[in-house]
Design a binder for this molecule. Structure first.
Ligand code: PLP
Length: 378
C-alpha cells in the first residue's frame, strides 16, 4: 500500500521537499503522526497556528457558523464586527481594512494601493526581505534564487541593505511610492530592525511623501510578544500587511491602511476575501490572543537557547516566540535529527534553525526542545 507521503508525491506537483512524517491530529502544542508518534510543534504551520491546535474557541467558531460564503458586496454582521476589531487592535491610525486570503495577496494589494495613491511606481525593499511568491510580492522579495527563473518581474523594485539608513536614503526619493519592510525579517533569518533605523525611515518617508508599508505577515498576531511588531517600535506605518496568525490556520490575509491611502471602487477585489468562516475564526483568534500574549514564554525560550553550549552555534536571536539559532554549518541534517527526537522546527536560510511554536508553548515543552537541540548538536 502507498504511504501517505507516497500518495502526495504521486499526485502533487513536486514543489515541496516532504518530510518523513504524516500528521493526522493536533492538540495545543503537540502534533501526532499516523503511527501515533507525538511531536512538539515549533513550526505552527509556518507561524500560523499561534493558539495551538484544537483550541476550543476556534473549534466553536467553526462549528457555530450560520453562513460561510457572503461576498463583500453583501454586508454581514460577523465581517462588520471583525473589521471593527481589526481596526481597534492594529497600530493607531490604521482605520480601513481590505480582506484577502494569504500573505502574498496582502502584499500584492498593498503594492497596488501604494502605486494608486501616489501615482508613482518605485518601491524600495530590504536585502533579505521576504514578501511572498506571486509577481508583485516576489518583486519586493530579495532572494535572487527564487526570482531568477521567472524574470522579468515587475519594474521599479529596489533592495538596499537592512538596517543601513544611509543606503536607504541614497535610493528613496520623491519618485518613490513606498518603502516596504519587515521589522523582524522572518524567512531572511530572524533579523531585528534597529529602533533608530526604523524611526529614521519613518521620518524620511514623511519628509518625501513616501508611504511606509510594514509587512507583519509573520510578525503579527502575537508572534513577537505584542499583538504587532510595530508596537515594539512605537511605529505608525501607512499600511500593514497581515496573514498567517490572523485566523489561527484558516486561510486569511488583510491590509490595514491609514487615511492617506486612496482607492476607487472595484480597482481591487477578492472572491474569498472577507468570507464568514475566516472572519468568524479571526474574531475568536483575536480575543484568545489578548488572553494568551501576556502569558507567552518567549524570554524563557530565548534565555534557554542562549545558555546552550555548542561550538556549532554562531548566534541565537529573536523576540517573543520568533526565535532562531544560527549554526556555523548547514542546518538541514540537524532539523532532521530534531525531528527524529520528536521536535518539529523550521529553517530560515541555509544555516538558521527557526522556532515558531504556538504561543502557548509551556516551560516544560521548551525545556524538552532545548535539551533535544543540545543533544543533537553535541
Ligand atoms: N510576507 C512575509 C513576511 C512572510 O513571512 C510570508 C510568508 O512566509 C509572506 C509575506 C507570504 O505569505 P503567504 O505564504 O501566505 O503568501
Amino acid at each position: 500500500m502507498d504511504s501517505i507521503k507516497d500518495l502526495e508525491e504521486l499526485y502533487e506537483l513536486d514543489l515541496y521537499p516532504k518530510r518523513d512524517v504524516s500528521l493526522v491530529r493536533g492538540d495545543k502544542c503537540k502534533l501526532y503522526s499516523d503511527s501515533g508518534e507525538e511531536y512538539i510543534d515549533c513550526v505552527a504551520g509556518h507561524g500560523v497556528c499561534n493558539l495551538g491546535h484544537s483550541n476550543l474557541r476556534i473549534m466553536e467558531a467553526i462549528n457555530n457558523l450560520d453562513l460561510i460564503s457572503c461576498p463583500e458586496t453583501l454586508p454581514n454582521p460577523v465581517r462588520a464586527e471583525l473589521l471593527r476589531r481589526l481596526v481597534s487592535v492594529t497600530p493607531i491610525g490604521l482605520d480601513k481594512v481590505f480582506l484577502c486570503n494569504s500573505g502574498t495577496e496582502a502584499v500584492e494589494a498593498a503594492i497596488k494601493f501604494a502605486r494608486f495613491t501616489t501615482g508613482k511606481t518605485k518601491i524600495v525593499g530590504a536585502v533579505r526581505g521576504f514578501h511572498g511568491r506571486t509577481f508583485g510580492s516576489l518583486s519586493a522579495t530579495w532572494r535572487k534564487e527564487i526570482k531568477e527563473d521567472f524574470e522579468p518581474l515587475l519594474d521599479g523594485f529596489f533592495h538596499v541593505p537592512f538596517n543601513n539608513f544611509e543606503k536607504l536614503k541614497e535610493i528613496v526619493d520623491d519618485e518613490t511610492a513606498a518603502v516596504i519592510l519587515e521589522l523582524i525579517q522572518g524567512e531572511g533569518g530572524v533579523r531585528l530592525a534597529d529602533k533608530d533605523y526604523v524611526a529614521k525611515v519613518r521620518d524620511l518617508c514623511d519628509s518625501l511623501g513616501v508611504l511606509l508599508i510594514i509587512d507583519e505577515v509573520q510578525t503579527g498576531f502575537g508572534r513577537t510578544g505584542k499583538m504587532f511588531a510595530c508596537e515594539h517600535y512605537d511605529l505608525r506605518p501607512d499600511i500593514i500587511c497581515l496573514a498567517k496568525g490572523i485566523a489561527n490556520g484558516v486561510p486569511m490575509g488583510a491590509v490595514a491602511c491609514n487615511n492617506k491611502i486612496k482607492v476607487k471602487k472595484l480597482m481591487h477585489s477578492s472572491t474569498f476575501g472577507g468570507n464568514i468562516l475566516a472572519c468568524s475564526v479571526s474574531l475568536a483568534t483575536i480575543s484568545e490572543l489578548e488572553r494568551v500574549i501576556p502569558l507567552m514564554e518567549g524570554d524563557y525560550f530565548l534565555e534557554k537557547l542562549r545558555s546552550l553550549e555548542s561550538d556549532k552555534i554562531r548566534e541565537v536571536r529573536g523576540i517573543g516566540l520568533m526565535l532562531a539559532a544560527e549554526l556555523k554549518v548547514n542546518c538541514t541534517p540537524y532539523l532532521k535529527a530534531l525531528m527524529d527526537e520528536n521536535v518539529l522546527a523550521l529553517v530560515a536560510g541555509k544555516n538558521v534553525i527557526r522556532f515558531l511554536p504556538p504561543l502557548i508553548i509551556s516551560k516544560e515543552e521548551i525545556d524538552v526542545v532545548v535539551s533535544k537541540l543540545s543533544k543533537i548538536l553535541n
